[in-house]
Design a binder for this molecule. Structure first.
Ligand code: BG6
Length: 486
């Protein structure tokens, strides 16, 4: 394990949900893994008036819960807590930033990471006050959590403000899906092995499905979620990033800009969905009351904090098309939603069928399928046809399955462990560049405009189902079905 150069992380939003559930536990695990130099320092900053001790106590409870045995021990926590500190800050007050500057001055030579994990509505004020107080040292980096803006124009405003203090190569726009182990494995599968590449194209692949389904509802985030919706919460970032990794050309190296250039080309080649095509190529849904694993759950409209008559979508299905030589004519079906039947994230690639079947007992339409499962288990499965035992030549689908959890003894890193350490090391490969973000918004904005123009409410679906019937029809019109509906 590589010991990192001394670093400091200033964590805005240090008492927030993300910091408590993901960031502090991830940092603790990297500490336990031996990556922290003795001078490593984490300064959590938030609006609450807390002492350092009170903050550490709060963080301890979350870490105990989210790290768990065997990695969590009180003894290791006590060591780790020695590098943890807290400062109260009001994002709107430049004086608070000046005080912060004085407080951290002794460590200016270290790599300093400014992590913005506050409400995105505070990004502009935070970035402006950082610039006004002159807190940014030459070796500083800034991490911006999604959602970055609510549309292309607001994302541009945030980027411009942040650019006043940081050069583009100091800005880490995080999308935690890119830090997930199976997403890394998708890169390994595509670019570490020779045999898929000749098949990775039109004429070999019939269609691709990307599903990110959650059983969870809005979980106390109703205000944020209602202003955001599934398209901006999941598609604009996580799902488009998965699409890029899946569809990009082989980059010439793993160098950050080389990889990001290839992802950008995919985003630029996405066929626009606007005007009349919005109704044909997208479905938006909202859940009504239902059952998840035997328990009744309320509909979205009855969730605490959701405004009456909300038209926010909790489900989206999209038929995306990539207009380039590799992918012309291959539909990419994207689907994501809350309160669906299962919590599941997977990519399913359906290959073309054989041109002519010589076996009488072969199912008529039984193409090979490659399924990359990201959640809940991490696996890669290739469905092939094999002869079933017996005297007749009967072909049946069987799985060549690789369970990544079982194949490796090592504990996989959580997405935030990997990404935080990448920031400290200065590796930008898994972070979005400004032009990528801008292009992703350019594809998303017309879809929202189209929805607003038609004025149709989202289609309802019962919690615990796989989404509205219209999503089945969307893919059905092309003669296909979602994998769980076959
Ligand atoms: C977040 C979204 O970015 O990703 C959440 O804001 C969603 O709404 C979450 O639940 C899903 O992440 P994961 O890692 O649990 O699949």
């Amino acid at each position: 394990m590589q010991l990192l150069d001394p670093f400091e992380i200033v964590l805005f939003g240090g008492t927030g949900d993300l910091a408590m559930r993901k960031l502090i536990p991830a940092l603790f695990q990297r500490y336990v893994a031996g990556q922290f130099d003795a001078r490593a320092h984490i300064l959590a900053a938030a609006s609450s008036a807390l002492t350092r001790e009170a903050y550490i106590e709060r963080a301890l409870e979350h870490c105990r819960e989210h790290v768990g045995a065997p990695d969590f021990t009180e003894a290791r926590w006590t060591e780790f807590a020695a590098c943890l500190d807290y400062q109260q800050i009001d994002a709107m007050r430049v004086e608070d930033f000046k005080a912060l500057k004085t407080r951290i001055a002794g460590r200016d030579a270290q790599t300093r990471v400014w992590f913005l994990s506050t409400s995105p509505s505070l990004y502009i004020a935070t970035a402006a006050n950082m610039a006004a107080a002159g807190v940014v040292t030459p070796n500083a980096r800034v991490v911006l959590e999604k959602p970055l803006g609510t549309d292309r124009a607001s994302a541009a405003r945030i980027n411009e403000q942040v650019a006043l203090s940081f050069a583009e190569n100091q800005i880490y726009r995080i999308d935690h899906y890119l830090g997930k182990e199976p997403v890394q494995n998708l890169l390994a599968l595509r670019f570490g092995n020779a045999f898929f590449e000749p098949l990775w194209r039109r004429g070999r692949i019939r269609h691709v499905q990307i599903t990110v389904a959650e059983q969870l509802g809005v979980e106390g985030r109703a205000k944020f979620y209602d202003e955001t919706g599934a398209l901006r919460d999941m598609v604009q970032n996580h799902m488009l990033q998965l699409l890029c990794i899946l569809a990009m050309e082989p980059p010439a190296s793993s160098d950050a800009d080389t990889v990001r250039d290839e992802k950008l080309k995919v985003l630029r080649a996405l066929r626009p969905i606007d005007g009349d095509t919005v109704d044909v190529k997208t479905v938006r849904g909202q859940y009504k009351a239902g059952n998840i694993e035997g328990e009744s759950v309320p509909g979205y409209a009855d969730e605490p904090g959701v405004p009456a008559g909300s038209q926010t979508e909790t489900f989206v299905a999209i038929k995306a098309e990539i207009d380039n030589w590799r992918w012309a004519g291959v539909p990419f079906y994207l689907r994501t939603g809350k309160r669906l039947q299962q919590s599941l994230a997977e990519i399913a690639i359906t290959f073309d069928d054989v041109p002519l079947s010589i076996f009488q007992n072969r199912a008529q339409d039984a193409p090979n399928q490659l399924v990359i499962r990201l959640q809940p288990d991490e696996s890669i499965t290739l469905t092939i046809l094999a002869k079933a035992p017996g005297d007749a030549m009967r072909l049946r689908p069987v799985n060549l399955a690789l369970d990544l959890g079982e194949s490796f003894k090592e504990r996989p890193l959580s997405a935030y462990e990997r990404l935080l350490m990448d920031v400290v090391k200065g590796n930008l490969t898994l972070f979005m560049r400004r032009d990528e973000l801008d292009t992703a918004w350019s594809w998303i904005d017309p879809i929202r405009a189209g929805w607003a123009q038609t004025g149709n409410p989202p289609k309802t679906y019962t919690a615990g189902s796989w989404g509205p019937a219209a999503a089945t029809a969307l893919i059905g019109r092309d003669g296909y079905a979602w994998r769980d509906e076959t």
